[in-house]
Design a protein around this ligand. Structure first.
Ligand SMILES: Cc1cc2nc3c(=O)[nH]c(=O)nc-3n(C[C@H](O)[C@H](O)[C@H](O)COP(=O)(O)O)c2cc1C
Length: 198
């Protein structure tokens, strides 16, 4: 049986205090939260250096789409019990301390203990457009690995949920994802060097 994975946003801080925001699929094992960052990872480096992270439960999917399209700066607030920050838009957050690290050349496993948690806003219910943005963000984060026709057919299917159920935030997030696909194609075609594209 597969592990149950929950899509969240993990915030960490660098030794110089710079916040870092990264979408991350997490597993819950007993009381602990399990993070599995692929190397190289700023999240991993920050946790290795400081031993702390914050798990953010968010439904503003612009954070997911933003992080995979170069928009990594999101409003944060200081954590209460650890050195760290939480997302201002988090419905709830959990402050975490590294309990155990199982090293791996590709994907270390970080078992994180809960230090403190707080609720900030209620969960309004499932929204299909938010789910579609998450799926779209996963596709965009794998553009270099996926065949173009698979990306196109999956984006076309996800577009249905966007058209039927999105609010302004999801439309904005979806627009960023579509732009990123177009930019990637243009870069492949040699018209715009990807790193220089707006
Ligand atoms: C929904 C979603 C889930 C993700 N889950 C993971 C994950 O579990 N591990 C990981 O390394 N990257 C994951 N990613 C990709 C990271 O967010 C992205 O590569 C990020 O930059 C992580 O690297 P960083 O720690 O250097 O920021 C996910 C992306 C999305 C959109």
């Amino acid at each position: 049986m597969n592990d149950v994975i929950f899509e969240t946003v993990v915030t960490t801080v660098a030794p110089d205090g710079r916040p870092h925001v990264a979408p991350m699929g997490v597993r819950y094992r007993g009381d602990q939260v399990v993070l599995m960052p692929f190397r190289p990872s700023t999240t991993l480096d920050n946790i290795a250096a400081g031993g702390c992270a914050v798990l953010n439960i968010v439904t503003d999917t612009r954070v997911f789409a933003g992080c995979v399209t170069g928009r990594r700066e999101w409003p944060t607030q200081p954590a209460e019990k650890i050195t760290g920050v939480r997302l201002a838009c988090a419905l709830s957050h959990v402050e975490l301390q590294l309990a155990e690290r199982i090293d791996d050349v590709q994907r270390p496993v970080l078992n994180m203990a809960r230090v403190h948690e707080a609720m900030h806003a209620p969960f309004a219910g499932f929204n299909r457009a938010q789910a579609a943005v998450i799926e779209g963000a996963v596709l965009v984060s794998r553009l270099r690995m996926l065949p173009a026709d698979k990306v196109d057919s999956e984006m076309a299917y996800l577009q249905i949920a966007i058209d039927k159920t999105a609010g302004p935030a999801e439309h904005e997030a979806w627009g960023w994802l579509r732009e990123a696909v177009q930019r990637h194609r243009a870069a492949l075609a040699g018209s715009i060097p990807e790193g220089l594209a707006p």
